[in-house]
Design a protein around this ligand. Structure first.
Ligand code: ADP
Length: 604
């Protein structure tokens, strides 16, 4: 699938050229053309022509000290210098010439009209035509002369088009979309029984999970044209333009049916219409047009609309009702198996060593999206090239996970000895608290090599397989683990450092969610005190309770974190010797794996 766009010059550029040509014409060409008519001759020629009665009109310009005259047929203008000639008037009289005041203007009125009026218009029209042709050629890009034309990119089917096999994992989404493909292949099967296809399908999920890819794959599998446009491209500077773009898009789509129209980031136009003063008129008009268009085309026309968004909750209910986007396909972050499959799909493009363990990489990259996994593979390939190797190895992949998650190693960031010690204790503090609570290896690996993301140390958690529910105890343990780093610093150095800021943020967020969303505090029972706004974009929550309750929530959150902090301190105190031992190991080696960690911990 390919799409080529030429860089375009702004319209003002063309207007500038036209203006410049006209100015040059007026200042240079006009006087030159006018001047060109006049021929210089000597006084003798003038006298001769007068004598032979060959003169037409004569204008004596005293001030310029010259004489302008024409021949008998007025087809040519001549000029000559004045001589002291007392008989001049008599001579002219005898020659039968006419005395005239404005010889040049009268010389050829038709020519001067042509020069001053017709020629500029001709030039203007010619340049206009040329510009129009250029724009026609470039059609498809944003263009001020193409107001209201949708600039949807059409992906024409090609042999390298994306298919379902290129999208790994996401089996439920694929199953759901397979029906659409089947319908596009075989509409009669559905029509016979009276079933109608959904008009619109909404793909929802976090960024980078393959929504765009899935939409392209549907088009690829069904072998139909694919129109793609981003929601924000509808919103123009001028009110009404977005609406006319929607109209145009649907017109094109109906002409090309069966086809797929894909609107990415539909929340840009599909936000709830809240009727607030100062609301975005343009967006609302565009949305209204979209709603009308979706109602307008009959079922089974073969135009299927796919749209993607990360913020389904912000969409206007009119858009998501049955009859418009009546089907919602969740495209979630991949699970362990999905991650492994995605890694394998992308690994096909690169040369790999035989010993790659994709399962391990997938476990290490817990929580990564498809886009991140693709990036991990690419980073590994780049690393292999950098090191002058011809194959990508397991360690390239492991290192690139850390690069994608925590940034590159900071080669020349030298921690002081004291700092390194603090970081080692901090990281081991987390891991030890976690290990003692669950009695299993809590980490894949800990390193205390500074990273470009700003992290001084880095702990790679173990992914315990797919986990859909968490108990209150597990959540509390997690908070205790998060406070473990600071607890270790307090225990050993009797002071606090800034290194725990991220832990504090996460622990607070968890504790708050336990109180306000999960109903895990006795006082509030099962009352929702917060609503989550952006489920797929970080999950910001807004409070929905009175000021008094807020104060109480804050108290409970503090108490919860404090209790877990104390628990962590107690665990570390009881295992002080192990803490020292492992921290010393990490301090010396800078990296410790999960197995080494457990080995030291379990030594008698
Ligand atoms: P979204 O539209 O959900 O933000 P995209 O579809 O644009 O994400 O995906 C971005 C990139 O991530 C793709 O080009 C692809 O390389 C990779 N990717 C994401 N999900 C998958 C998947 N399930 N299988 C293979 N590659 C994927």
């Amino acid at each position: 699938m390919n799409e080529v766009q030429k860089p375009k010059k702004p319209l003002i550029f063309y207007y500038g050229i036209v203006l410049l040509v006209l100015l040059l014409f007026n200042f240079l060409a006009m006087p030159w053309l006018a001047q060109r008519q006049v021929q210089y001759v000597d006084y003798g020629t003038f006298l001769e022509m007068a004598e032979n009665q060959d003169l037409g009109q004569v204008e004596v310009q005293q001030q310029e000290n010259q004489i302008l005259f024409t021949n008998k047929d007025n087809t040519a203008i001549y000029k000559t210098g004045m001589m002291p000639d007392p008989d001049l008037t008599q001579r002219l009289n005898d020659s039968g010439a006419k005395f005239s005041a404005e010889i040049i203007e009268q010389a050829d009125p038709l020519l001067s009209i042509l020069l001053t009026w017709v020629l500029p218009i001709v030039i203007f029209v010619a340049i206009g035509q040329w510009m129009y042709k250029r724009m026609m050629k470039n059609a498809g890009g944003p263009n001020a002369m193409m107001f209201g034309k949708s600039n949807a990119k059409v992906y024409v089917q090609s042999s390298e088009g994306i298919n379902f096999s290129d999208v790994a994992g996401e089996d439920e989404a694929k199953e759901n979309l397979w029906e659409i493909v089947d319908y596009l292949h075989n509409p009669n099967k559905y029509k016979e029984i009276g079933a109608s296809m959904p008009k619109g399908i909404l793909l929802v999920g976090p960024p980078g999970t393959g929504k765009t890819m899935l939409a392209k794959a549907v088009a690829g599998e069904a072998n139909v044209p694919f129109f793609s446009m981003s929601g924000s491209e509808f919103v123009e500077m001028f009110v009404g333009m977005g609406a006319s773009k929607v109209r145009d898009l649907f017109k094109q789509a109906k002409e090309k049916a069966p086809c797929i129209v894909f609107i990415d980031e539909i929340d840009a136009i599909g936000k709830k219409r809240d009727g607030q003063i100062g609301g975005n008129d343009e967006r609302e008009q565009t949305l209204n047009q979209l709603l009308t268009e979706m109602d307008g085309f009959e079922e089974n026309t073969g135009v299927i609309i796919l749209a993607a968004t990360n913020r389904p909750e912000s969409l206007d209910p009119a858009l998501t009702r049955p009859g418009r986007f009546d089907r919602r396909v969740p495209v979630e972050l991949p699970d362990l198996k999905g991650r492994e499959e995605i890694l394998k799909v992308h690994a096909k493009k690169i040369r790999l060593d035989d010993s790659i363990d994709f399962g391990k990489i997938a476990r290490m990259a817990s929580g990564a999206s498809g886009a991140e996994l693709a990036n991990i593979i690419n980073e590994a390939a780049l690393r292999a090239v950098r090191d002058g190797r011809r194959l990508v190895t397991q360690s390239d992949l492991e290192e690139s996970i850390e690069v994608v998650i925590a940034g590159y190693q900071k080669k020349n960031a030298i921690l002081t000895d004291a700092e390194k010690k603090i970081v080692a204790y901090h990281e081991v503090g987390h891991a030890l608290v976690a290990a003692k609570q669950t009695n299993s290896a809590p980490v894949q690996k800990i390193t205390i090599v500074p990273r470009t993301s700003g992290a001084l140390g880095y702990t790679m958690q173990v992914d315990e397989g797919n986990h859909y529910l968490m108990s209150q105890e597990e959540l509390e343990n997690k908070i205790a683990t998060l406070t473990g780093g600071r607890a270790a610093e307090e225990l050993i150095f009797h002071s606090a450092s800034t290194g725990a800021s991220n832990d504090i943020e996460q622990a607070t967020k968890l504790a708050r969610a336990m109180v306000t969303q999960y109903g895990m505090s006795k006082d509030f029972d099962m009352v929702a005190l917060e609503t989550v706004n952006n489920q797929y974009l970080g999950g910001d929550a807004s409070l929905a309770c009175s000021a008094d309750t807020q104060t109480e929530i804050d108290k409970q959150v503090v108490a919860l974190v404090k209790k877990q902090h104390e628990k962590a301190s107690k665990i570390l105190e009881e295992n002080r010797q192990k803490l020292d031992q492992i921290a010393q190991y990490l301090y010396e080696k800078e990296t410790i794996t999960g197995e080494e960690f457990m080995q030291i911990l379990n030594q008698e």
